[in-house]
Design a protein around this ligand. Structure first.
Ligand SMILES: Nc1ncnc2c1ncn2[C@@H]1O[C@H](COP(=O)(O)OS(=O)(=O)O)[C@@H](OP(=O)(O)O)[C@H]1O
Ligand SMILES: Nc1ncnc2c1ncn2[C@@H]1O[C@H](COP(=O)(O)OP(=O)(O)O)[C@@H](O)[C@H]1O
Length: 197
């Protein structure tokens, strides 16, 4: 057992890595229904952060559900496991000094609380993309709401599976049409002071 601890003692600390990257690492966690605009906001934020000299990594369905979580579906149990693994992966990046931008429905308070506990309260910045269901459903870029309404997809968030709005997020944004640049700017201004060394 002692040998294991000796090895961990030699691993460079998070602070050491943050100094090299000249930033404080945080997890910026977007939550909201499908179609609310999480991915759009996450990628615009990433671009702005890189332009400002920060080093980030996005975690979203594209790089998580197709890989490490490709054995998980959308039952309550699978979603909990999805979020648990994502939070653990986010924590690994965090310990490398990297800013992590997570974009997941993460529909229940319990799931987000679990993520917060894994990541650590001080490092977990929850952003609620508060787009009304009617707008999400109207956008429906993947045609999933239509399928859910037709009963072709089960356990669909907002239709046949719950979404619990966060009560006290770090930030809540309404992602309505002409406001997207302003919304990203607001998010950027809120997080940047916490990321600077
Ligand atoms: N049943 C059901 N409910 C909700 N979403 C579904 C479902 N089936 C597939 N999809 C697609 O999967 C994306 C959501 O995955 P997440 O990993 O973010 O979900 S969760 O946090 O585990 O609830 C979500 O992507 P986004 O639209 O980007 O949110 C959907 O495209
Ligand atoms: N503020 C906005 N106004 C209009 N359309 C938007 C806005 N934000 C996102 N969209 C569009 O809505 C759809 C869903 O956005 P997306 O970012 O993929 O949402 P999510 O990741 O939450 O499912 C996409 O087609 C995207 O281009």
């Amino acid at each position: 057992m002692n040998n294991i601890h000796t090895v961990f003692d030699k691993i460079k600390s998070r602070q050491f890595k943050e100094r090299i990257l000249n930033q404080h690492a945080k997890v910026i966690w977007f939550t909201g229904m499908s179609g609310s605009g999480k991915t759009t906001l996450a990628s615009l934020l990433e671009e702005k952060l890189f332009d400002a000299g920060f080093f980030c990594q996005i975690l979203d369905g594209d790089n998580v559900r197709s890989g490490i979580n490709n054995n998980l579906g959308f039952s309550e149990e699978d979603r909990v496991e999805n979020i648990r693994r994502i939070a653990e992966v986010a924590r690994l990046f965090l310990n490398c000094g990297i800013i992590v931008i997570c974009s997941f429905i993460s529909p229940t308070k319990h799931m987000r609380q679990m993520a917060k506990e894994i990541i650590g309260e001080d490092d977990f910045l929850e952003i609620f993309v508060n787009t009304p269901l009617e707008i999400c459903e109207k956008r429906d870029p993947k045609g999933l709401y239509k399928k859910a309404r037709a009963g072709e997809i089960k356990d669909f968030t907002g239709i046949t599976s719950p979404f619990e709005a966060p009560e006290n997020p770090f930030l809540s944004v309404e992602n309505a049409e002409p406001e997207i640049e302003k919304t990203v700017e607001r998010i950027f201004k809120s997080v940047v002071p916490l990321l600077r060394q």
